[in-house]
Design a protein around this ligand. Structure first.
Ligand SMILES: Cc1ncc(COP(=O)(O)O)c(C=O)c1O
Length: 378
């Protein structure tokens, strides 16, 4: 019999919710392109617009504000390329899909707590004669640190710039509203909230001028060409509806997370929780096992039936130290020993216990002959 498994990698991918899977299974048996005028097309269109209304409700906006995309990466790219191709300001801890889409952007530093320095943002905006766009994430995927988006939006607007918020990790964990965040654009991804992979949205405030990145047909009101992935977007709509329930789960999740942190730091007094001085998502912890490389931890925990990520495993194929931890001035020798544990609605006390047991056993096993005995490389 295979051992019990504990999936604690919700920030990389949340499990598909059963109601989502059901809705998608029903939809994938139906034919019809939402751009076709016949009845099959009209039915697909209706289902697509229902999903749009559900995602709009999640973001506190209307139907016309939601542009469906292939996920968070495309939404981020569209926000950055579609509003301003230059004079952009981004935080140092943004997801790679923001940083790589704006390589020329001015970067705003974060403190050692992982929170952006609003004074540094103000200085970057003041130094630019006509800043066009500021991009600040709602919560960091590696540490869970929550950013002061509304304060950043206020600064951006005072300088005539738009504010884009990558809210991919915030859904179901922080109440979400484009309006309350003061954002002009907001990125969402279905697979982080119990929806399918390959579906997402850029939510755009009324009046924001956005040019398309993909050209072709007139789908998504001319702002994103290409036939929509109707079954996936129906699933996204259902997941958006259910996201409100996840908020009710946050207290239980932070209880489990806090217990994990307390037990691990009790077993390993030299372990560090990175970002814990700042407000964080209830489900995330980024913790170091000193001297034991993150990849070693991930593999050992996997053998014990526990799935976690090394810091930035969200970006597949990425090797080397995390830019997020580097921005927080975490020493490289410490950063390479950080793993991310991220819980979700299905996480149980048994999952937390299994992780604690496997992690502490690994710590004890490696404690005498690990990297801690080697001289630090800085
Ligand atoms: C903060 C953040 N933004 C964007 C993305 C990209 O989303 P997607 O996987 O839907 O392209 C991710 C996840 O990988 C993320 O964590």
């Amino acid at each position: 019999m295979s051992p019990p498994l504990s999936y604690l990698d919700y920030n990389a991918e949340a499990p598909l919710k059963p109601a989502v899977a059901e809705a998608m299974a029903a939809a994938s048996g139906r034919v019809g392109n939402p751009s076709s005028v016949h009845r099959f097309g009209r039915l697909a269109r209706r289902a697509l617009e229902d999903a749009r209304a559900q995602v709009g409700a999640l973001a506190g906006t209307g139907l016309t504000n939601v542009i469906f995309t292939s996920g968070g990466t495309e939404a981020n790219n569209l926000a950055l390329a579609g509003t301003a191709r230059r004079q952009r300001v981004v935080s140092a801890v943004e997801h790679d899909s923001v940083l790589a889409a704006a390589p020329d952007a001015t970067t705003v530093a974060v403190g050692s707590d992982g929170v952006i320095d609003v004074a540094a943002l103000e200085a970057a905006l003041a130094a630019d004669p006509a800043p066009a766009l500021v991009s600040i994430m709602l919560a960091n995927n590696e540490t869970g640190v929550i950013q002061p988006v509304a304060a950043a939006a206020e600064r951006a607007h005072a300088h005539g710039a738009l504010l884009h918020c990558d809210a991919v990790q915030g859904v179901g964990r922080i109440p979400l509203s484009l309006h309350d965040l003061g954002a002009d654009l907001m990125s969402l991804s279905a697979h982080k909230m119990g929806g399918p992979q390959g579906a997402g949205a850029l939510v755009v405030r009324d009046g924001v001028d956005l040019s398309a990145m993909l050209h072709g047909g007139r789908q998504e009101a001319g702002r994103r060409a290409g036939s929509e992935n109707v079954a996936a977007l129906i699933g996204f709509g259902v997941a958006a509806d259910l996201a409100a329930d996840d908020l009710k789960n946050c207290e239980r999740m932070s209880g489990l997370r806090d217990r994990i942190e307390a037990e691990l730091t009790a077993a390993a007094p030299d372990a560090r929780v990175l970002g814990d001085a700042a407000p964080r998502l209830a489900n995330t912890t980024c913790i170091t096992m000193p001297g034991v490389a993150a990849e070693t931890q991930v593999m050992a925990l996997d053998l014990a039936g526990v799935a976690v990520s090394s810091g930035a495993a969200c970006s597949s194929g990425k090797v080397g130290p995390s830019h997020v931890l580097a921005a927080m001035a975490v020493e490289p020798a410490v950063a390479v020993c950080a793993v991310r544990i991220s819980l979700g609605w299905d996480s149980t006390k048994a999952d937390a216990d299994r992780l604690i047991e496997a992690w502490t056993a690994l710590y004890r096993r490696t404690g005498r002959n690990d990297l801690r005995r080697r001289p630090s490389t800085g």
